[in-house]
Design a binder for this molecule. Structure first.
Ligand code: FAD
Ligand code: SF4
Length: 507
């Protein structure tokens, strides 16, 4: 036996760097479902099922391509329960001369692997994850000497580097960013095509059984499991997005509708994050749709920006900020996460809808995550670590490298502005404008005081008032603070009392 190549559950690509130069006859590929990874947080049942089924299908594909694959299922009686344990078992059985792995996506696993040369007595060849456009070194070069790490400038560099939507050195359309055209509310549209869904096959059925038996108390429902679990089906999902949804992606990107959880979003993060789809190829498919006249520039630019902009940037921030990033708590918030985050049982219709959709689908789109569940936690002063753990548990696309900066940085502003220029805090007015949630809510988004007032309203002003010392210097908040200052003292006190009364009853 030559090398032992470990492929992790979010590295399911034949192009993964650990497979480069592999000898299909002599090297062994190890893929393992281990309890330590399935339980470091109580992941959504659908997330575990998605990953295990995708891993089993991927392993079959490798075998068909001639690789020697050693696969450990979660219910294998010999399963050692951790990466270290499974690698050790494989080393004892196969006697490889070295171990090869693509760098993992989080500090926790990286720290575990760093011990292997000593504990396993073998050389570990840890390779860069080349699925990203921007390497760690490139990100550090970009960061060096900058006062502000604004994503927009990073994004422009990524556009130049990839040539996406570029004509020479200039952005196509003469502007880098068409976001101003992407903030429209949406109307119910019965003619909107349906996103593709994929019937579980025998492998998935077995996994669903395993997950139902082993993780019965985890968050979420296994009913209606329809994820793509092969690369080919993920490609079908991409094709369908480009054909049916991309053109409308931009305009309705920030919209929310109660009978349409997906709108024109791509539902591709699951597949990109585990390696079934290559991020750059996804962007090229979108760019092609624009060049061929099948989708407008605002939609395609907006979509590409999410991937080579935000996605790459979040990964860069995660590794740049280091493992202590998770401890950031700029506002010193300590409130526990309200229990309705686990059940969806609350009178606030917007939260009830988004959390119930999360329970059902292990998915919510970006604005639901940012402006409903994230916004409420921010306004209510919830401990950002508790918010982070919730997001890591409940979404099928959640991996710490992308979830943590989105939650701690973008959504909770707990890093004090390393990543964002202002907190994403909003009152009921924003939610009313961008969704149809308020029409059937027991609260009134126009009312600030009284029993029927939308809780987001008083909480919004209370958030600004109680954090004034910390946010005073933020010029982007000058206008809301000016509005607050124009209110008479009695109104200010009423709003703060209303917020305090609501928060006191929250648990
Ligand atoms: P679309 O709306 O169709 O967007 C296209 C693609 O762009 C996505 O598939 C994704 O790959 C990328 N993308 C968009 N926004 C972001 C972003 N802010 N950061 C990184 N990539 C982005 N994304 C995750 O992949 N995993 C997470 O755990 C995660 N947690 C989040 C938590 C919070 C509080 C917030 C505000 C955002 C989070 N995001 C996360 C980013 C974003 O919400 C999801 O990527 C997106 O909702 C996935 O759905 P989609 O594929 O339909 O995306
Ligand atoms: Fe949410 Fe307030 Fe609208 Fe109700 S009225 S749905 S609580 S924003």
């Amino acid at each position: 036996m030559a090398k032992l190549i470990l492929i992790l559950g979010d590295q399911l690509s034949e192009q993964i760097s650990s497979l480069k130069g592999a000898d299909r006859q002599c090297d062994a590929v190890l893929i393992c479902e281990v309890m330590a990874e399935a339980t470091y947080v109580g992941h959504h049942k659908k997330k575990i099922a998605f990953l295990f089924s995708a891993m089993r299908h991927f392993a079959d594909g490798l075998r068909q391509a001639g690789y020697q694959v050693r696969y450990t299922k979660i219910d294998d009686p010999e399963n050692a329960g951790s990466f270290t344990g499974e690698v050790r078992r494989a080393v004892d059985a196969l006697k490889p001369t070295s171990i090869c792995v693509t760098e993992p996506g989080e500090w926790r696993v990286l720290n575990e692997m760093k011990l292997w040369p000593e504990t396993l007595g073998l050389q570990v060849d840890m390779r860069d994850d080349t699925r990203f456009v921007c390497s760690h070194a490139d990100f550090e070069t970009w960061v060096a000497g900058r006062k502000s790490l604004t994503m927009e400038f990073f994004y422009r560099d990524m556009r130049r580097r990839t040539g996406l939507l570029m004509r020479g050195d200039e952005p196509i359309g003469g502007r880098w960013n068409f976001d101003a055209e992407n903030r429209k509310p949406a109307k119910p549209d019965l003619l909107r095509p349906r996103h593709p869904s994929f019937e579980p096959d025998a492998i998935t059925a077995e996994v669903l059984d395993n997950v139902g038996n082993l993780f019965p108390d985890n968050f979420g429902s296994l009913d209606g499991f329809r994820f793509a679990v092969t690369r080919a089906d993920a490609q079908t999902a991409l094709d369908s997005f480009v054909t049916d949804f991309l053109a409308g992606f931009g305009a309705t990107q920030d919209a929310m509708l109660q009978d349409d959880p997906y709108l024109n979003h791509s539902l591709l993060s699951f597949y990109i994050n585990i390696g079934f789809l290559d991020a750059l190829s996804v962007c090229r498919a979108a760019e092609r749709a624009y060049l061929e006249g099948n989708a407008p520039l605002n939609a395609v630019e907006g979509f590409i920006r999410q991937i080579i902009g935000w996605r790459e940037y979040m990964r860069g921030i995660y590794w740049h900020a280091g493992p202590s990033y998770v401890d950031n708590n700029f506002f010193q918030n300590t409130r526990p996460l309200p229990s309705f985050y686990w059940s969806g049982k609350t009178d606030m219709n917007c939260l009830s809808i988004v959390i119930t959709e999360t329970i059902d689908h292990a998915y919510a789109h970006h604005i639901q995550r940012l402006m409903i569940t994230g916004n409420f936690a921010l306004l209510a002063g919830v401990d950002p670590k508790a918010v982070h753990l919730w997001y890591l548990e409940v979404y099928a696309d959640a991996y710490e490298w992308v979830e943590l900066p989105n939650v701690v940085g973008m959504s909770q502003f707990a890093d004090g502005g390393l990543l964002g220029t202002k907190p994403y805090a909003a009152s009921g007015n924003y939610i009313d404008r961008m969704s149809d949630y308020c029409g059937t809510c027991r609260f009134n988004p126009k009312q600030r005081l009284g029993e029927n007032a939308c809780p987001f309203n008083a909480l919004y002003w209370d958030f600004l008032a109680r954090n004034r010392g910390r946010l005073r210097a933020n010029r982007r908040l000058a206008q809301p603070y000016a509005t607050w200052d124009r209110m008479d003292e009695g109104t200010q006190q009423d709003l703060r009392r209303q917020a305090a009364g609501f928060l006191a009853k929250l648990q």
